[in-house]
Design a protein. Structure first.
Length: 158
């Protein structure tokens, strides 16, 4: 049987990350429903396991980032979850929420970036001189997110 991380890696290295299939393989419940403005998503325990919800009112690429962020909480922090955790990822003033601290959020954001744009893969693609636009398309992330990622990996100047 494949471990959770083996399953995650299998999907990571076949971009763009297929979140629906990945969550199904991991047996994580996944719902996309309209939530309040500024709420991006949440993760909660259910009688059968875990449920991740993302706000379907946000753009597709934000939803993907949120799903990856909640998956990071599942993989790294699930033992800490009691009543669940709500994220307002695109509203800095409001995050983080219980039971997590800013350090957990930073960790989840880094993990989410790696899930959606794995360093190894991105370095290879970057060497092929693929444009920012096409890189963003390959990984199905926003151009802004790709730019931040390239910068944080030291692949572009400024
Ligand atoms: Zn979070």
């Amino acid at each position: 049987m494949m471990s959770e991380m083996e399953i995650v890696r299998k999907y990571m290295y076949q971009p763009p990350l297929e979140i629906d299939k990945l969550f199904a393989d991991l047996d994580i419940g996944y719902k996309k429903v309209p939530m309040k403005s500024h709420e991006s998503g949440r993760i909660e325990k259910t009688p059968g396991g875990f449920l991740i919800t993302v706000n379907s009112s946000e753009g597709e690429q934000r939803q993907r980032f949120t799903a990856a962020h909640e998956l990071a909480h599942y993989l790294l922090h699930r033992d800490m979850l009691n009543n669940g955790h709500l994220d307002r990822l695109f509203d800095d003033s409001e995050n983080p929420s219980d039971p997590f601290t800013p350090a957990h959020e930073v960790q989840a954001n880094r993990f989410a970036a790696e899930l959606l744009m794995p360093e190894l893969l991105l370095k290879h693609k970057h060497e092929e001189n693929i444009s920012l636009k096409d890189l963003a398309k390959t990984f199905n992330v926003s151009k802004a997110a790709m730019k931040v990622r390239l910068r944080s990996l030291g692949l572009v100047e400024e």
